[in-house]
Design a protein around this ligand. Structure first.
Ligand code: NAD
Length: 257
């Protein structure tokens, strides 16, 4: 059991990466607090964890709201006595996110509020809890688009993930002597609802696939396994990293036929 006796808080845990990570962390012995705006699916994840003999609890939290973030951290400490792992994973990719000319301010603001401010608020309330536990691991979900420019524009999303990456490095440096590690998980294009809704035609999917050396979308479970490494003591000397798990997309100049 790689997370025995640890308490982990996972945001965006009702779907995709967060869901798979909550299940995997629990299977590895962690007591999991599953946080999301979608209570129905979140309770279902918690039920699945309990059915396999694990411990988990759901808390409703909109990560763009300070009060909700304060509450989800307090809930973790009240329910399980401590917090060791914080996975700031919740994020959106808005259907009307496009290039700088056509993207509305409302789309920009909402995307930045959830994807970037959500990570800031998670850390604002999470870091003091990790300090109280004597240290811990923070994982922030960024994206490969924080590293590469995408030809399919999504200006607000890209900017928000750049913010997550930059924030992660500073957090890692500032809190390194407190035994708190902070890393960014940078997934490549995944076969989850978030991206499949955005790439809503075969042509759009193909335009993305052609750049991935492995020739396929990644799976949420593959991100969960990377998050597990970053959460566990196996990554004890890893902090401030852009942890890229992307089928090779950020290494490719030309992909093989
Ligand atoms: P998903 O849509 O399957 O899951 C996202 C979850 O976040 C959902 O359960 C949703 O209810 C929740 N959520 C949305 N807004 C929220 C809010 N304000 N507060 C709390 N929860 C909220 O998406 P996913 O693919 O699992 O994405 C997870 C993370 O991975 C996101 O940060 C996303 O940007 C990032 N990511 C995804 C891909 C991809 O290709 N899918 C690639 C790179 C990075």
């Amino acid at each position: 059991m790689r997370l025995k006796d640890k308490v982990a808080l996972v945001t965006g845990s009702s779907s995709g990466i967060g869901r798979e990570t909550a299940l995997l962390f629990a299977a590895e012995g962690a007591r999991v607090v599953a946080a999301d705006i979608n209570a129905g699916d979140g309770e279902e994840v918690v039920g699945q964890i309990r059915a396999m003999g694990g411990q988990a609890a759901f808390v409703h939290a909109d990560v763009s709201k300070a009060g909700d973030c304060e509450n989800m951290v307090a809930f973790a400490e009240e329910t399980y006595g401590r917090l060791d792992i914080l996975f700031n994973n919740a994020g959106i990719m808005h259907a009307r996110d496009d290039n700088a000319i056509s993207t509305g301010e409302d789309v920009w603001d909402l995307t930045m509020d959830i994807n970037a401010k959500g990570v800031f608020l998670g850390c604002k309330y999470g870091v003091p809890a990790l300090r109280r536990a004597g240290g811990g691991s923070i994982i922030n979900t960024a994206s490969f688009v924080a590293i590469l420019g995408a030809a399919t524009p999504q200006i607000a999303y890209t900017a928000s993930k750049g913010a997550v990456l930059a924030m992660t490095r500073e957090l890692a440096v500032v809190h390194a002597r407190e035994n708190i590690r902070v890393n960014a998980l940078c997934p490549g294009p995944l076969h989850t609802e978030l991206l499949m809704k955005f790439l809503d035609s075969d042509i759009k999917k193909q335009r993305r696939l052609v750049h991935i050396p492995m020739g396929r979308f990644g799976k949420a479970e593959e991100m969960a396994r990377a998050a597990l490494f970053l959460a566990s003591d196996e990554s004890s000397y890893v902090t401030g990293a852009d942890f890229v798990v992307d089928g090779g997309i950020t290494s490719a100049y030309v992909t093989p036929e």
